[in-house]
Design a protein around this ligand. Structure first.
Ligand SMILES: C[S@@+](CC[C@H](N)C(=O)[O-])C[C@H]1O[C@@H](n2cnc3c(N)ncnc32)[C@H](O)[C@@H]1O
Length: 425
């Protein structure tokens, strides 16, 4: 008997969600249950409930299988344990010391209809749905566009129910679906060279939100929001610090807005995504701007900068529109092209910034920080306040560690940002 026949028998016994050799957090990479079935616990939460170890008589008896089941039970807290040897079912006793013959799996004690609270499982169900749809489209000879696929399928995935392979629907917590949707998006698009350009690196998004510091409150705007990674990272921090925020994302692309809107509707804080041109139609008086414009963009028309000069340089213009959107005292955190720090055409505007706003931090980041490009980037923090000293740092290969929570660079940068009295030199 193969694993898919065992899956069918478990489905027939009332289990809606059955996984064959699942990858699970908390289990060592060498230990994977042959078959795992989920069911409701006493509180109605969907938990790993039954495990089946599959053996062939000539290879092993019960004892090896029972040892494996015990390891899995210790790690996952499973309740019902089976060994299937050449198609014959055996059920283990509570202590997992013996296994006795049984005609097939027993129905789960509290039924299978629990609420899914496990983000990894929800992510894998969304991913499974995406891969199946992608394979169907490929099979029908359609060109595969990950973001189009995501835009089509995400609203269904975030609506409150996920469809398991058996066709049964699984109810899930809204917050779990929101997190799972974000994880599935970054995992799915990072494997597609045509689309990774639109989704910021999660480590950069987290660092950008940390650099926002206390400024995470009130209206938070991302003028080039893409699928919204920066905004969702800000939401994580706002929720952790019990701050009230309203997130607003703007993007040129209708597809980005479709995806960002789906995620916004499931976000734990008020959020919306609007289609628009960041260089001409942004809200004003916002408390915080988070932004990663396309690097090295040439604008089709001249943009008038705050210093009175005009430019077609999209990098300079994107700093300018961020400052224009801010209320006095607000903060902007941008991931921009390294060129803005040294290109000759930016000299006058750099001088203007140095004299008129607090250029609070400049953190140079190497290749790998902007997915889909071979270039590095700079994290720039500007407060709409009088000038003070600038924190300057250049990161190397270990940029992810340096920018992780508690990392040396981010800790030093945040300490400087919090000291708003540091005088300009
Ligand atoms: C690097 S991506 C942003 C990724 C985003 N930070 C995230 O968190 O996933 C840049 C985005 O800018 C958008 N864009 C390009 N030109 C624009 C414009 N003039 N106005 C608004 N959005 C624009 C692109 O559609 C793209 O989604």
């Amino acid at each position: 008997m193969d694993e898919s026949a065992i899956r069918t028998q478990l489905n027939d016994a009332g289990y809606a969600l059955v996984q064959v050799e699942p990858r699970l957090q908390g289990l060592g990479s060498t230990i994977r249950p042959d078959v795992l079935a989920w069911a409701a616990d006493n509180d109605g939460v969907l938990v790993p409930w039954a495990v089946v170890e599959v053996k062939h008589r000539q290879v092993a008896g019960h004892s090896a299988a029972l040892r494996q089941l015990a390891t899995i039970r210790d790690q996952l807290g499973t309740v019902d344990h089976y060994v299937v040897i050449d198609g014959e079912w055996f059920r283990a006793d509570r202590g997992l010391r013996t296994a006795t013959p049984i005609s097939g799996p027993v129905s789960p004690a509290n039924g299978a209809d629990g609420v899914l609270q496990d983000v990894s499982l929800a992510t894998s169900l969304i991913q499974e749905r995406l891969w199946n749809a992608a394979n169907r489209r490929r099979h029908d000879g359609q060109r595969l566009d990950s973001l189009e696929l995501f835009a089509d399928l995400l609203p269904g995935s975030l609506s409150g129910e996920l469809v398991a392979r058996s066709g049964h629907t699984v109810r899930a917590d809204r917050d779990v679906l929101w997190r799972a949707g974000r994880r599935a998006l970054t995992a799915f698009t990072s494997q597609d060279k045509n689309t990774d350009l639109f989704v910021s690196h999660p480590a950069i998004a987290r660092a950008v939100a940390e650099l926002a510091g206390d400024a995470i409150s009130g209206t938070v705007l991302d003028p080039f929001c893409g699928t919204g990674e920066f905004l969702w990272a800000a939401a994580d921090r706002a929720v952790a610090a019990s701050r009230s925020v309203e997130l607003v994302g703007v993007d040129f692309s209708s597809q980005m807005i479709e995806i960002a809107s789906s995620l916004a509707s499931a976000a734990p804080v008020p959020a919306r995504a609007i289609q628009g041109n960041a260089y001409s139609e942004l809200p004003t008086d916002v408390d915080l701007v988070l932004s990663s414009p396309p690097l090295g963009l040439r604008l089709p028309t001249q943009h008038e900068l705050l210093n009175g000069t005009s430019t077609k340089d999209g990098d300079l213009a994107s700093i300018d529109v961020a400052i224009r959107s801010l209320r006095s005292g607000g903060r902007a955190v941008l991931q921009i092209s390294p060129g803005v720090t040294f290109r000759a055409n930016g000299e006058a505007y750099r001088q203007f910034l140095a004299e008129n706003v607090r250029v609070a931090a400049l953190i140079g980041c190497p290749r790998g920080t902007v997915p889909g490009t071979g270039t590095g980037s700079v994290l720039l923090v500007i407060d709409k306040l009088p000038p003070t000293k600038t924190f300057v740092s250049q990161l190397g290969e270990d940029w992810e560690d340096q920018l992780s929570s508690g990392g040396a660079a981010i800790t030093a940068a945040v300490a400087h940002l919090d000291d708003k009295t540091a005088k300009a030199t």
